[in-house]
Design a protein around this ligand. Structure first.
Ligand code: HEC
Length: 174
């Protein structure tokens, strides 16, 4: 019994260290980001716009307002579905299931362009670097309809990263 507990504590400590290190790498490289930080370029959104009209508009509407059976991809309803999640979740949803009649028809890279276009239509600002098509990188970008809320969440992530770092140190130095 005691052995199991010691084992668990050891695993916990190692896991904590790994998490803290990973968090630190992420924080050092870019800090927690949100869709308010300019995560796509205008040029990419333009490419995505063309593709959207070719592959998505027939169901989701020319202005992303939705169609007979397909939901809107911009505006309050859409954003409330996705706020608080990270971009990888939305990207994977598109990657695995859209266009619903044939998801394989559009590749991963053009789908990232369409996502950039969707961000622009949801009035999130553009920036200097393109949105990535790698799921792991999209995991670091928070979707948040409200800019103030995005800042609050960012601060919370930073605080909890610091706390977990402190806790890891406390465990290791005991
Ligand atoms: C043949 C019609 C059709 C096409 C084409 C299509 N979709 Fe959809 N889409 C749907 C339907 C229907 C739903 C809701 C039911 C479902 O998930 O299948 C949906 C749901 C979605 C959702 C989830 C929205 C939410 O808030 O829950 C996203 C995101 C999406 N589509 C993106 C796209 C993108 C991007 C394209 C183009 C690459 C695309 N769709 C093409 C029919 C379509």
């Amino acid at each position: 019994m005691a052995g199991t507990i010691i084992g668990l504590v050891a695993i916990g400590a190692v896991y904590g260290t790994l998490c803290a290190q990973q968090t630190k790498v992420v924080l050092a490289s870019m800090g927690p980001r949100s869709v308010w930080d300019g995560v796509y370029t205008d040029e990419q959104a333009k490419r995505g716009e063309q593709l959207y009209h070719l592959r998505c508009a027939s169901c989701h509407g020319d202005k992303l307002t939705g169609g007979e059976s397909a939901p809107p991809l911009a505006g309050g309803q859409f954003l409330s579905n996705w706020s608080g999640l990270t971009l990888d979740v939305l990207f994977e949803r598109i990657r695995l299931t859209m266009p619903s009649d044939n998801p394989a028809k559009v590749g991963r890279i053009p789908k990232a362009d369409v996502l950039a276009y969707m961000l622009s239509m949801n009035r999130f600002p553009s920036g200097k670097t393109e949105l990535q098509y790698k799921t792991e990188l999209l995991k670091e970008i928070l979707i948040e309809a409200n800019k103030q809320q995005a800042n609050v969440t960012r601060q919370r992530v930073l605080d909890s990263a610091r706390t977990s770092e402190r806790m890891t140190k406390a465990v290791l130095l005991r």
